[in-house]
Design a protein around this ligand. Structure first.
Ligand code: ZN
Length: 149
């Protein structure tokens, strides 16, 4: 009988092999930020489009290990279509799950579900890979800051 870890491995491999929302968005209007994880060699170029306070589109390009690439793919699915404050809340939740940030409780905000992203929870057991998992998220946070929303 397959265990939870097998299911999680499947989700991660699926996003790695079939990454969602790969590509580019013209800038402007998109904000483009590059992220780098020198420990592993992971690279990401993130294209962020905000419209009316909503993350209307995110595309990523770059290369790296399965954890960094699948995390980027799942991240795009988690935040596209969400208001900017919810997208920031998801970033905080994910980084909390990765044990690199204390939980920030915001009583005004429903915590959006992490969905497939829960599959990355096992990464916490491998501290050297945590930077792989959070690369896309730090890059998204930087893009949100630079887009001025
Ligand atoms: Zn990596």
């Amino acid at each position: 009988m397959p265990g939870l870890e097998d299911l999680y491995r499947e989700i991660i491999l699926d996003h790695y092999r079939n990454p969602r929302n790969r590509g580019e968005i013209e800038s402007p209007p998109a904000t483009i930020v590059e992220g780098h994880n020198p420990l592993c060699g992971d690279e990401i170029t993130l294209h962020l489009l905000i419209a009316d306070g909503v993350v209307s589109d995110v595309k990523t390009a770059g290369q790296g290990c399965s954890i960094s690439q699948s995390s980027a793919s799942m991240m795009t699915q988690a935040v596209i279509g969400r208001p900017v404050n919810e997208a920031r809340a998801i970033i905080h939740r994910f980084k909390h799950m990765m044990s690199i940030e204390d939980h920030v409780h915001d009583e005004h905000l429903e915590s959006p579900p992490l969905g497939d992203l829960e599959a990355l929870q096992g990464v916490v057991k491998f501290p050297v890979r945590i930077k792989c998992a959070v690369l896309a998220w730090n890059t998204l946070a930087q893009a949100l800051d630079e887009s001025g929303v």
